[in-house]
Structures are given as C-alpha cells and as structure tokens.
Write a protein that binds this ligand. Structure first.
Ligand code: NAP
Ligand code: MG
Length: 484
C-alpha cells in the first residue's frame, strides 16, 4: 500500500460509528491517475452493508442524534471544519493522489469543505418556521424537521466539496446520512468520517459505504429506509436514481452537470474576462459540473478573444497532480478514453490552440492536452454534449438575441455568465438565461458555499448550497391548534 491514511484502514466501511469490514469481505483497487500506480484497496460494500448503514442511521435518529438541538449540531459541524483545516495537508494529498487534482486545487477543495462546515454550523439554528394568521380561535405555525435518513451518492470530481454541501446541510437539519462515495475517489470521504467522529458526531449520524455504483449505489437509492436522496453525477445514472427512489416516493435532488456558456459582448472588459474564460474550462481538468465549456463571443471582439485565449492555452501544462501543473491527469484512463473520443469527434473542427503534456509525465497517467476549438457551430456535438475534460469551444455570434438562443440551445441549464458593461443587457439576460446560476462580469464566484446551486433540464433539479439546501433537507409540518 503506497498511501497511509493516518492509521485508518481504507478497506473498511464506517457504520454506526465504527470501522468495519464489508460483509462480503471484497475490496476494490484505488489507482493514482498521475502514474497508474496502485494506491490502496478500498472496501467493496454491497447491499448488506447498505442495510447495516441504514439501520445504524435509523438507530441514531431514534437516539441522541434524533433529539439533538440545532446548537449541538452546530458545534459539531464547526469543530469538524476546524479539524478539516488542521488536516489540510493530509486531505489535499489524498485528493491529489486519488483524483489527480493539482495540489493547489486540492487544497482549495479542503478549504471549501471547511467553509461548508462553518456555513452550516452557523445556519443550523437560523432555520425556523412561521406563524400563519388563520381562523378565529386558531394558532397555526410551521415546523422544519429532518426527513430522517438521507442517502448521498457523490462523484469523483469534487468529493470534498460535494460531501460538504450535501452531508453538511443534511446534518445541520438533523438528518442521519448514508454516504456512497465514488469507487474512483473515496479516500477523503473516509478521512472526513473519521474527523466528524473526532468532532463528536454521535454513532450512526454519518455512515460511509464505499463500493460500486451498480451495487452499493443502487442498493442505497432503492432502499425503503431512505427518506431523501441527493445525487451528483451523470445524467444516465441520475435517471436511474430518480426511478429507484421514485418507487419508494422518496424526494430526490439531482445535480447532473452541464454545458455552461459564457457570453462575451463587444463592450466587455476583455482583460478582466480572460482568466475566467479559460480557468472555468480547465479547472480540475474540465471535470467540473459547472465547467464553462462554451465561450460565445460577439463578432467585434471575436479575433481579440480568440487570439488571447489561444495564447493562454499555448502556455498551459498538464502533468502529475503532486507537481501542481495548470492541469492534472483526468481521474482515470476510462475518463481519458471518453475525452479522447470527443476530440476525435472534433476532427472536423479547427483547433485554435493546445496546451502540452509535460515531457516527463509518467507513462500510463491519464493525461489529455487542454484543447481549444474555434468557430464552432452551436449544434456540433462538442458544443452540445458534456465532455468532462479540458476542452472548450468558441462560438461566434452577432446579436444579443442570437447569443441567448445559442446559450439556451442545449438540453442543460446549470450556470451561465454575461460579460458586458451594459446594465440593461445584464438584467435582460440574467432573467432569460436557462440556468440555476447566472454570473455578471465574473464566473463561478470562488466556490460560492453561500450561493444556492442547481440546474434545470438535464442539469437536474433541486438546490444545494446556501440556506436553500436546508429547505431541501427538511420537511415542513403545519400545526393548527384550535383553542377558542
Ligand atoms: P456516474 O456513473 O454518474 O457516477 C456518480 C456516482 O453514482 C458514483 O458514486 C457512482 O458509483 C454512482 N453510481 C453509478 N451507477 C449507479 C447506479 N446504478 N445506482 C446508484 N449509483 C450509481 O458518473 P461517472 O461514471 O463517474 O462519470 C461519467 C460522466 O458523468 C462524466 O463524464 C460526466 O459527464 C458526468 N459527471 C458529472 C458530474 C457532476 O458533477 N455533475 C460528476 C461526475 C460525473 P461508482 O463510480 O463507484 O460506480
Ligand atoms: Mg482514484
């Protein structure tokens, strides 16, 4: 084993507050995508382990955790945030080796995880119901209560951020969680469970069962003991989750990615826009649900934006995550094959510029050179489908109307941005763009723990992050008292 988890055995599940072997005793290999080396074996949990995890969560809900006050939950979350920051070096190293995330980006994810803990610690005791004027002789009020046991299936691209936003909010509202991390990246999920335990989280309030999606994941999303499902990942699996949870009439939050555009108008501040235009496409090697993979540019500044983006691409370097290049490897060679398949489908397009994979990048690493395509037609596959790699397309447009039609012309609707000095245009487009978040003269807003996030169309439904997540992770009860 070439990674030490500070005494944790990564081949175990965390259930009912204790580390335990999966019932079937099976394991999966975890691979470092920077050099294809074997990192360690992880538990291959299955349906029986999910059963045990759900039972442990139910026990927690019937016990101390179910009776916990918002202040008690707040303190545990806050302490977890502090422990996360204390362990930033370990967590960032695990994520860099597991996901292939350049070290600086991995450290930013650790800080974001801590921010989620701090935010939901602060929010836990600030969510309350209302009193409602009603008939004479009545007092009516509402209570916000936990759903009960919540299921969380997270992908490999931002394990810490996605665990922070979904598990953090669910625990703040007093739910007990069962988490199935992605088979390709689950070290930080395991380490996080240990830190929560050290912060005083009662047994069973958070349970982690690593394993395959089709086994542990399917068992979780279809489990009758689950009262809410939170899923982030692909559209295809999102549909399966919605169906299996639907069979038990369980509410689902789906966050399924996008094809998010940035609209650059002739009156935009190009100097300010440039870093956002490129970084939003290559951060985490483009494996970001809110990646901006389409850059729509008005004719008057098209040549300038193209030239300057191409210059930046030409300077990009992809290499091992621990050496902290602009771009790391993709999470796996499987993902690399998917992205290379897209690049082949773009063989009819003009490449504006490509970054380079460093010469001494280890053989077998999942590297793809960042690639920028120019003059792409809005209906081309590379302008319509989510690639999930360091690939961006530039699409020219003439008018605001045309830009809006192109921007809204995919099946997705997650994030969009408008670069323009015209305030009226900003307001018009902010309303008309099909997206869960619109940024004006910026993109992505640095993680945005406080900002409600989610999509429309194939990008999914439901909102996480910010206070909004707390409504999703709770159930509203109306109490009507007739007292005369
Ligand atoms: P995925 O298959 O949707 O995986 C996401 C999570 O769902 C993982 O934990 C996965 O487990 C689990 N899962 C898979 N099949 C399942 C099933 N039948 N029932 C329950 N859970 C299941 O995504 P992926 O294969 O990792 O990536 C493929 C594509 O998804 C990407 O190319 C990208 O387009 C999209 N994606 C989007 C996001 C996003 O943030 N929106 C994130 C990741 C991927 P295992 O991986 O352990 O099998
Ligand atoms: Mg991995």
């Amino acid at each position: 084993m070439s990674i030490s988890l500070n005494g944790l055995n990564p081949a175990q599940c965390f259930i009912g507050g204790v580390w335990c072997d999966p019932v079937a005793g099976d394991t999966l290999e975890l691979i470092n995508p920077s050099d294809a080396s074997h990192l360690c074996n992880i538990a291959k949990g299955g349906a029986e382990d999910i059963d045990r995890a759900v039972a442990a969560a139910e026990t927690a809900m019937r016990g101390d955790w179910g009776r916990s006050t918002a202040v008690e939950r707040s303190r545990i979350l806050y302490k977890t945030g502090q422990l996360v920051l204390d362990h930033i070096d370990q967590l960032a190293e695990f994520e860099a080796k597991d996901v292939g995330k350049p070290l600086k980006q991995a450290r930013a994810d650790v800080v974001a995880l801590a921010r989620y803990m701090e935010f939901y610690a602060g929010a836990a005791d600030k969510i309350h119901g209302a009193t409602i004027p009603y008939l004479d002789g009545y007092t009516v009020y509402t209570l916000r209560q936990p759903h009960g046991v919540t299921g969380h299936i997270v992908p490999w691209n931002y394990p810490m951020q996605i665990i922070g936003r979904s598990v953090g909010a669910a625990l703040a509202m007093g739910n007990a969680c069962v988490l199935k991390p992605a088979e390709e990246a689950c070290l930080t999920a395991l380490y996080f469970a240990e830190l929560m335990s050290q912060a005083g989280l009662p047994a069973g309030a958070l349970n982690v069962v690593p394993g395959l999606g089709a086994e542990a994941g399917a068992a979780l999303s279809g489990h009758e003991g689950i009262h809410h499902m939170s899923f982030t990942g692909s559209v295809g699996v999102g549909k399966l989750i919605q169906q299996s949870a639907g069979a038990n009439v369980v509410p689902v939050t789906l966050e399924l990615g996008g094809k998010s555009p940035q609209l650059v108008f002739d009156d935009a501040g190009i100097d300010a826009a440039l870093p956002f235009l490129v970084n939003a496409g290559i951060q985490n090697a483009g494996q970001t649900c809110s990646a901006s993979s389409r850059i729509l540019v008005q004719r008057g500044v098209y040549d300038q934006v193209l030239t300057r983006m191409a210059q930046r691409y030409g300077a990009l370097r992809a290499g091992p995550a621990m050496d902290d290049f602009d771009v790391g490897p993709l999470v796996s060679n499987r993902q690399k094959d998917i992205v290379e398949g897209f690049l082949k489908r773009g063989s009819d397009l003009k490449v504006a510029a490509q970054g380079a994979v460093v010469g001494d990048a280890p053989i077998g690493g999942a590297y793809v050179a960042p690639t920028l395509f120019e003059s792409v037609s809005p209906d081309h596959a590379l302008a319509q489908d989510e690639i999930f790699g360091p690939v961006q397309v530039i699409i020219p447009f003439e008018t605001e109307e045309e830009a809006l039609a192109i921007a809204n012309g995919t099946k997705f609707g997650l994030v969009a941005s408008v670069w323009s000095a015209d305030g009226a245009r900003q307001m018009r487009l902010a309303k008309a763009l099909r997206a869960g978040q619109v940024f004006l003269n910026n993109y992505g807003a640095g993680g945005g723990v406080e900002l409600p996030f989610g999509g429309t169309g194939l990008s999914g439904h439901g909102r996480e992050k910010g206070f909004e997540a707390l409504y999703g992770f709770s159930s509203l009860k109306t109490v009507a008292a007739l007292h005369g």
